[in-house]
Design a protein around this ligand. Structure first.
Ligand SMILES: Nc1ncnc2c1ncn2[C@@H]1O[C@H](COP(=O)(O)OP(=O)(O)OP(=O)(O)O)[C@@H](O)[C@H]1O
Ligand SMILES: [Mg+2]
Length: 568
């Protein structure tokens, strides 16, 4: 009787601990693989059946255990320190040293086969936390843990398991994360008899990344390295042009420990600014280093959450790190890194022109200058041609450069509108006769929401009764600008939430307006207009992508021509 009373609290305690540590098959995989790595395994093999619902098996070639240790490993009293009731109150923040194996064993039928390579190996069988038998077993050094019928004795929790596909995916992700955190160890995942992941022992991080995420994705990543204040960030981020709305991979580490944090991912995305389309989700691996006391990694033992003391600081540094990496990429990708030499460049930039004021009337006329080319355009010497009324083409020392005129102008306008909105200036061109427009309810809502920005870029608009508004003045970003059409299209885009993924309302408006206000494909441009557009593009120091993340500039390198014509 006394004995039963002594056993019952243990079983309950184990099951409670299991609720924290063992949520689903993926968490079992995490605990068992971490144990294997702790035991110095060079290779870890994971086997799943039905997403781990019927079987999870983890085998390693680590140190293994002698028989006594193996029995102790399954007994939480033997390995864990005695806790007071007070400790248990804060249990989720204390970690679970010595509790993982007993917790898993309490909610499954667990087999443990192990050998330390010296004495005879052992085979243990546990059912719902009760040790059934201990037998001798012949095996090599290392350990195999077999977990069958997870949650067989806690049906309420078993009900919470998701579909086989979903549990498999979660376990796969968990192992992929561990494989990235430990590139030197080899890993293998077999799901219902099919190998899903296989990475060899002894890789470095770059090789491991290519092996786990695939060479194709890894080939679209650029390295990142940045330090500011208390934080250092290293890793890889995807080139903006390769980011897609689906299929992205992300991985975060803090001081070498994997964790999840959607807000940090968001901060990294903010570092892309407008170089990706709002719907695009770039892949990234970011490893953050910070003083150990600046981060609490024990917030949740199974869920991989951490808490940074300086939350705002870490988000800012991550955003800056991404911006910095992409900035250097932009400089390199832009006409093979020759942008500065080709188009006036740094010296020209320092000559100090205010390109960020597009509604300065003097500047407007520059898109269609009447007089002789000014100082700056004189420096941009190569002959320019427009092809298909859409692309501007010229020769640079490194090759032939092709610029999409709409995309380039959109990019220039975007930056200009942002500057304009921040500066609060406005320059409208009064219309001789006001234009009246009928709007939908949604469009009227959008007009109300963005009223301030709409005014700031130079539209003067007033209610005209009912759903009709009167447009008294419009901006004039270029001579072919159709103010009425631009207004209508911009309002329609805002109303149907185009660029909705853009977190910042200002950027959302700027992107929408720039897209609608820019010179379009199919519009013929004069030579001076082309020259001015390119000057403004390069002066603005912009990434080589438009607000949709499409390429603005494409280069045909000279070597490529030489190769094609058999000259090298
Ligand atoms: N694969 C393994 N190889 C060798 N020893 C192991 C293995 N798995 C578990 N052990 C031993 O069993 C003990 C208990 O493991 P368990 O996972 O329960 O606790 P822990 O790893 O010490 O702490 P935590 O609860 O944080 O995981 C370990 O400390 C280790 O000594
Ligand atoms: Mg453990």
């Amino acid at each position: 009787m006394t004995r039963r009373i002594a056993i019952l609290p243990d079983a309950v305690a184990d099951q409670i601990a299991a609720g924290e540590v063992v949520e689903r098959p993926a968490s079992v995989v995490k605990e068992l693989v971490e144990n294997a790595l702790d035991a110095g395994a060079r290779h870890v093999r994971v086997l799943l059946e039905q997403g781990g619902k019927t079987l999870i098996e983890v085998s390693d070639d680590g140190t293994g255990m002698g028989r006594e240790d193996a029995v102790l490993a399954l007994d939480r009293h033997a390995t864990s320190k005695i806790r007071s009731a007070a400790d248990l109150v804060g249990v989720s923040t204390f970690g679970f040293r010595g509790e993982a194996l007993p917790a898993i064993a309490s909610v499954s039928r667990l087999g443990l086969a192990t050998s330390d390579g010296e004495a005879e190996g052992s085979q243990l069988a546990v059912t719902g936390g009760r040790l059934d038998r201990v037998d001798p077993a012949a095996r090599q050094r290392g350990t195999t843990v077999t977990v069958r019928g997870l949650f067989f004795n806690t049906p309420a929790r078993r009900k919470f398991l998701r579909s086989t596909a979903s549990e498999t995916r979660a376990a796969h992700d968990t192992l992929a994360t561990l494989a990235l955190a430990h590139p030197a160890a080899g890993f293998e995942l077999e799901v219902d008899g099919v190998t899903r992941l296989q990475v060899p022992t002894g890789q470095d991080l770059v090789e491991r990344l290519a092996a786990v995420w695939g060479r194709e994705l890894a080939g679209t990543l650029v390295p990142l390295g940045y330090a500011a204040g208390a934080f250092r960030v290293e890793g890889f981020v995807q080139r903006p042009a390769d980011a897609k709305p689906t299929g992205r991979r992300t991985q975060l580490f803090v001081n070498g420990r994997p964790f999840k944090d959607p807000f940090l991912i968001r901060a990294a995305e903010a570092g892309y600014r407008s170089s990706i389309h709002p719907g695009d989700r770039p892949s990234m691996l970011l490893a953050i280093t910070v003083a150990p006391d600046a981060v609490d990694v024990n917030v949740h033992p199974a869920k991989l959450e951490v808490r940074f003391r300086d939350r705002i600081g870490v988000e800012r540094v991550v955003e800056e790190a991404v911006r910095d990496a992409l900035g250097r990429l932009g400089a390199a990708a832009l006409i093979g890194g020759q942008a500065d030499r080709t188009i006036g460049g740094q010296a020209d930039r320092r000559a100090g022109r205010q390109w960020s004021e597009p509604w300065d009337p003097a500047l407007q006329s520059e898109l269609l200058p009447a007089g002789p080319p000014d100082r700056r355009s004189a420096q941009f010497a190569p002959p320019l041609i427009q092809v298909f009324d859409t692309y501007l083409v010229y020769e640079a020392p490194e090759g032939i450069v092709i610029v999409d005129q709409h995309s380039a102008h959109e990019r220039v306008l975007y930056e200009a509108v942002i500057a304009q909105l921040r500066g609060g200036g406005s320059a409208a061109q009064g219309l001789l006769l006001p234009l009246t427009l009928e709007l939908t309810d949604e469009e009227l809502d959008a007009l109300e929401t963005y009223e301030q920005e709409i005014r700031a870029v130079g539209f003067e608009v007033e209610p005209f009764g009912g759903r009709t508004v009167a447009l008294h003045a419009v901006p004039a970003p270029h001579p072919r600008f159709d103010g009425g059409a631009c207004f209508r299209e911009t309002i329609a885009d805002l109303a149907r939430g185009r660029f909705g993924g853009w977190a910042n309302r200002l950027e959302r408006f700027a992107a929408t307006f720039a897209c609608r206000a820019a010179i379009k494909a199919g519009q013929s441009l004069s030579e001076p207009e082309m020259r001015q557009l390119l000057l403004r593009l390069f002066e603005a120091d912009l990434p080589p992508h438009d607000v949709h993340g499409r390429a603005t500039i494409v280069q045909l390198p000279r070597e490529e021509l030489e190769r094609r014509f058999g000259r090298r």
